[in-house]
Design a protein around this ligand. Structure first.
Ligand SMILES: [Zn+2]
Length: 268
């Protein structure tokens, strides 16, 4: 008998859950990964995209996508994981991205909070991976932490398709991103006490450009904040957004599911 907390809270309540951003290769899933991933479809999850952060994790997520029909993966270098890699290593990402279960190049972007590599190296990898995605006809999954100005400048210059995941920018930035044809990813942060800025963005953007994500195992929504997150917690996010927009959580799940399939070009 599985005893995941969200299973008790939402038993058979919701369907059409699409988790557009997760990290199921993470070691926090090592003890029960297969039990969990075998149970999620029964709890309303239709699809998951599990993101790589370097070569090893991109490969691990590609492997998971082979084991589970409903799981797709993204391959790429996260800005915190660039140490020891050169642009020539992108050929391995390119080879992985040739897999039909590869839904995107990601996660890629800029992280000026941790600054594990220089801004120059981060920008170089970000831009090169956008060009790779365009060459392959894939969307990108963008990580932007405390780097809004440079992120916007690069996506304006390169015009990729894709999503700004865990969006933390302003309403004005969100509008620019939408104008470029991209999507905005929201997660458990919208349930946190300090969510005002994210909720303003949600109110401002067209609903057909919003997608939901966990970023699991991190960012578990309230009332489970701090615990290990997984895709079955997404209804907490949909309930909060539904409340804000005067729609049911299921309507939010239905619309964002369609959006995610359009974003990642996934057909039923
Ligand atoms: Zn992530």
């Amino acid at each position: 008998m599985l005893t995941f907390p969200s299973a008790q809270r939402f038993a058979d309540m919701y369907n059409n859950i699409f988790d557009t951003h997760s990290h199921y290769d993470d070691e926090q899933f090592n003890n029960d990964r297969n039990a969990l991933l075998s149970s999620l479809q029964d709890r309303g999850v239709t699809n998951i995209v599990s993101c790589g952060c370097d070569i090893e994790t991109s490969k691990a997520n590609a492997e998971l996508s082979k084991q589970y029909n409903y799981i797709y993966f993204a391959a790429g270098f996260h800005p915190e994981n660039l140490e020891g890699f050169e642009l020539s290593d992108l050929k391995t990402i390119k080879a992985l991205a040739g897999d039909k279960k590869c839904a995107a190049i990601g996660e890629i972007g800029l992280d000026y909070h941790w600054m594990s590599s220089t801004k120059e190296k981060q920008k170089e990898f970000f831009t090169a991976q956008i060009e790779l995605a365009k060459e392959l006809g894939l969307p990108v999954i963008v990580h932007d932490r405390e780097a809004h100005g440079d992120t916007l400048e690069i996506i304006k210059a390169t015009k990729p398709q894709g999503v700004l995941h865990c969006f933390s920018g302003s309403r004005e930035m969100a509008k620019e991103v939408i104008k470029l044809g991209m999507y905005i990813g929201m997660n458990g942060v919208v349930t946190f006490k300090n969510a005002r800025k994210s909720l303003e963005v949600v109110k401002e953007i067209p609903l057909e450009r919003l997608v939901l994500e966990t970023d699991c195992p991190y960012l578990c929504p309230v009332p489970h904040r701090g615990k290990r997150n997984d895709s079955s917690y997404i209804p907490f996010i949909a309930e909060r957004i539904g409340e804000l927009l005067g729609k049911s959580a299921q309507e939010i799940l239905d619309i964002t599911n369609e959006n995610a399939k359009r974003l990642y070009k996934i057909k039923d």
